[in-house]
Design a binder for this molecule. Sequence first.
Ligand code: FAD
Ligand code: UDP
Length: 365
Amino acid sequence: MKYDCLIVGAGFAGSVMAERLASQLNKKVLVVEKRNHIAGNAYDEFDEHGILVHRYGPHIFHTNSKEVFDYLSRFTEWIPYEHKVLAMIGNELYPIPINRLTINKLYGLNLSTEKEVKDYFESVREKRFPILNSEDIIVNKVGKDLFEKFFKHYTKKQWNLEPKELSPSVCGRIPIRTNDDCRYFTDKYQFMPRDGYTKMFEKILHHKNIEVILNKDYKTILDSIKFDKMIYTGPIDYFFDFKFGKLPYRSIRFEFRNMNQKHFQETAQINYVDDSVEFTRVVEHKLLSQQKSETTTISFEYPQQEGEPFYPIPTEDNRNQYHLYKKESEKLSNVIFCGRLAEYQYYNMDQVVANTLKNFADITI
Ligand code: FAD
Ligand code: UDP
């Protein structure tokens, strides 16, 4: 069989690229996906209790990019959703990102203005310069105690590394606030796809020029198809048969439980930031979709080394190792490496969509 383009992976990077090539350039595209479903890690489905669950962890769409929002809006209606997360320490819940309410509750204070909170942080912060890692970036803003309570253990559980071994960009994803804004994100566009992510992907991939094959590793079909260009969105080390060694990716074991009660917790996500339990967070799925039901399904996240590669691990060594692969990839003019695994970057969904649209704009085929 002859295609203009072979796309490896049916996640955001692969599916958006397939849609663009098919609809804008009239190219014949084959998408090959090794899992038994489309949508990559954004995959959601109804469980046996009729509750829409995110199989690979909570996926909250947030972006400041009008272009990305407008593009995806062609394939879904949206429900407004602003994510709120609480952090459990002992038996108490505190707003995370750390804000004025967090500080007041934790230390029994009564700070009432942003200036007071700013002064408080100023009094407890430890100046660090340069900011070299994920410990520096937090301690420099709020000092050791808040760092140890909210970041140290969660980070160790999530990555099996100390924050000081990780790039500042990891813990730096979480802002520190002086106001009482309890939202996890402050982006302009914050929504959930009304009918779920998988339904949105079905629409993205619904085109006469797009064929999708599931349950197949692309390497097993390479001999039986012909194509001019490949878009590769899987792990870059696998593409090159691990010639520079295995790149570390972090995985998670998700444990789902249906509870015979209407609600389990007071917000969609609770982070367990101390080391008394092994899991990092508990998600109550129907609070993401605002679905009504008599029972509720929750999931526990146990980070682990083995399993599906979910997170590139942002350390300096890994970055250097990735660059060996990247150099190799630049020698191949007919393969584009795109997405979180292929670029070994801790991207959110909107960043992957933005990059894919940009890659498409630059494509020559
Ligand atoms: P993927 O979704 O990983 O897609 C790559 C696809 O390639 C996969 O389906 C894989 O099976 C397939 N593949 C790999 N190798 C092969 C092969 N050899 N042959 C065939 N197919 C192959 N982002 C947000 O914006 N908001 C969030 O709230 C959010 N929460 C997240 C929570 C978790 C637990 C995780 C892990 C990620 C989260 N993300 C979130 C990030 C989001 O999942 C990614 O940005 C996005 O899914 C990346 O899309 P992608 O196409 O690059 O990769
Ligand atoms: N983090 C933390 N405590 C928290 C939330 C986050 O220490 O309560 C750190 C942790 O290292 C985590 C990183 O910040 O991996 C990024 O958090 P985010 O919620 O963005 O993680 P993701 O949803 O991508 O897993």
